[in-house]
Write a protein that binds this ligand. Structure first.
Ligand SMILES: [Zn+2]
Length: 89
Protein backbone atom coordinates (compact mmCIF):
# COMPACT_ATOMS: atom_id res chain seq x y z
CA UNK A 1 0.00 0.00 0.00
CA UNK A 2 2.79 2.39 0.93
CA UNK A 3 4.53 1.44 -2.29
CA UNK A 4 1.40 2.26 -4.27
CA UNK A 5 1.12 5.68 -2.56
CA UNK A 6 4.78 6.42 -3.24
CA UNK A 7 4.37 5.46 -6.85
CA UNK A 8 1.26 7.66 -7.13
CA UNK A 9 3.06 10.64 -5.58
CA UNK A 10 6.05 10.03 -7.81
CA UNK A 11 3.80 9.83 -10.87
CA UNK A 12 2.06 13.11 -9.93
CA UNK A 13 5.43 14.82 -9.43
CA UNK A 14 6.70 13.57 -12.78
CA UNK A 15 3.46 14.61 -14.47
CA UNK A 16 3.66 18.09 -12.93
CA UNK A 17 7.28 18.47 -13.95
CA UNK A 18 6.43 17.26 -17.43
CA UNK A 19 3.57 19.74 -17.83
CA UNK A 20 5.73 22.53 -16.46
CA UNK A 21 8.27 21.80 -19.17
CA UNK A 22 5.53 21.56 -21.80
CA UNK A 23 4.07 24.88 -20.61
CA UNK A 24 7.51 26.53 -20.79
CA UNK A 25 8.06 25.18 -24.29
CA UNK A 26 4.64 26.42 -25.42
CA UNK A 27 5.19 29.80 -23.75
CA UNK A 28 8.62 30.09 -25.31
CA UNK A 29 7.33 29.05 -28.73
CA UNK A 30 4.28 31.32 -28.72
CA UNK A 31 5.89 34.12 -26.75
CA UNK A 32 9.24 34.41 -28.45
CA UNK A 33 8.23 34.00 -32.08
CA UNK A 34 6.00 37.10 -32.18
CA UNK A 35 8.74 38.94 -30.26
CA UNK A 36 11.26 37.91 -32.89
CA UNK A 37 9.06 39.07 -35.74
CA UNK A 38 7.99 42.21 -33.88
CA UNK A 39 11.59 43.33 -33.39
CA UNK A 40 12.61 43.63 -37.02
CA UNK A 41 9.22 45.14 -37.87
CA UNK A 42 9.61 47.80 -35.17
CA UNK A 43 13.16 48.77 -36.04
CA UNK A 44 13.17 47.91 -39.70
CA UNK A 45 16.25 48.95 -41.64
CA UNK A 46 14.00 49.47 -44.66
CA UNK A 47 12.57 52.92 -44.03
CA UNK A 48 9.85 54.23 -46.27
CA UNK A 49 11.16 57.43 -47.78
CA UNK A 50 9.06 60.45 -48.59
CA UNK A 51 9.88 63.19 -51.04
CA UNK A 52 10.62 66.68 -49.92
CA UNK A 53 8.20 68.71 -52.12
CA UNK A 54 10.56 71.69 -52.24
CA UNK A 55 13.93 70.27 -53.28
CA UNK A 56 12.92 66.72 -54.21
CA UNK A 57 15.23 65.04 -51.72
CA UNK A 58 13.98 61.75 -50.33
CA UNK A 59 13.89 61.84 -46.57
CA UNK A 60 12.93 59.42 -43.81
CA UNK A 61 9.78 60.74 -42.11
CA UNK A 62 11.20 60.07 -38.63
CA UNK A 63 14.36 62.04 -39.32
CA UNK A 64 12.74 64.91 -41.16
CA UNK A 65 10.72 67.99 -40.45
CA UNK A 66 7.03 67.58 -41.06
CA UNK A 67 4.15 69.90 -41.72
CA UNK A 68 0.60 68.62 -41.47
CA UNK A 69 -1.69 70.50 -43.76
CA UNK A 70 -5.18 69.51 -44.79
CA UNK A 71 -5.33 65.75 -44.72
CA UNK A 72 -1.72 65.20 -45.69
CA UNK A 73 1.64 65.59 -44.05
CA UNK A 74 4.59 66.94 -45.98
CA UNK A 75 8.15 66.11 -44.99
CA UNK A 76 11.14 68.34 -45.46
CA UNK A 77 14.87 67.78 -45.38
CA UNK A 78 15.59 71.09 -43.70
CA UNK A 79 14.13 74.18 -42.07
CA UNK A 80 14.90 76.09 -45.27
CA UNK A 81 12.69 73.80 -47.34
CA UNK A 82 9.95 73.96 -44.76
CA UNK A 83 10.10 77.75 -44.78
CA UNK A 84 10.02 77.84 -48.58
CA UNK A 85 7.02 75.54 -48.65
CA UNK A 86 5.22 77.76 -46.14
CA UNK A 87 5.94 80.87 -48.20
CA UNK A 88 4.74 79.21 -51.40
CA UNK A 89 1.42 78.05 -50.09
ZN1 LIG B 1 14.67 69.89 -49.04
Amino acid sequence: MIRFLLLTVLFIMIAQAFWKVVDNVIAAASGSSPRVSRGPRGQSPVVRLVRDPVCGTHVAPRASLSLARGGTTQYFCSEACLAQFRQRS
